[in-house]
Design a binder for this molecule. Sequence first.
Ligand SMILES: [Zn+2]
Length: 280
Amino acid sequence: MRIFDPHLHASARTTDDYEDLHAAGVRAVLEPASWAGQPRTSAGSQVDYFETLLGWEPFRAAQYGIAHHCALGLNPREANEPGCAEILDELPRFLARDRVLAVGEVGYDAMTPAEDVAFARQVELAAGYGLPVLVHTPHRDKALGVRRSIDLVRESGIDPELVVFDQLDEETAPLAADAGFWLGFTVYPEAKLSPERLVGFVQEYGPERVLVNSAADWGRTDPLLTRVAAEAMLAAGFGAERVEGVLWDNPVRCYGRSGRLRLEVGPVADHHGGNSIRRG
Ligand SMILES: [Zn+2]
């Protein structure tokens, strides 16, 4: 079974994870730009981070037979840091780059005026470039945040089929579904969304518009949970083709809209900028 994890912070993971991902059937990942656990202090840090997601990380993933692409954007937490927000001026030149499939992750965290500005500007950029936009939904005041996000996205006039709302739950999934967006569900190791709950969502909303991801990063997450979700779907009676439809075809369809998806890993380079992942 082939899996495309459309939300995995691969640069926060080890080479062991890449090995395990490949063994579990993961052949493609989308890494959205996010925060580092503490705010960066300048737009220059963001630039270097974006370049890593476009250079070193696809090189590293390719060593393990995995196609790596990214979504770039200013995340809502750092939208509140004046030094970081300057990256918005640089973003257009990055959005023109080959391996960028989307703008993201954007959205609300604390729903501040600075977040409003960054969010609206980036949805507008996505619409302008014809790229999907990956919207992070807030962990606190989630339903309110999702409602405000829907209003903002609608106001931009972007095609709803270019919009992914992520980290949805029972309360917020119907709102995003009514708006005609892609429904993103993150499977977490504890509490939050279990593989069994995910099966319920696929049954409720149908297999055509659901995206399943691990959102694995430097926190308590597990990049192999997309595979666990696939097994749970099989155990619940979904056919193998259906399951691959959700875990592979859907992200291909959604992010293929960028026109930049390259799923073949091709000949693997030994070095990137003179460096390799080998030691010694
Ligand atoms: Zn994330």
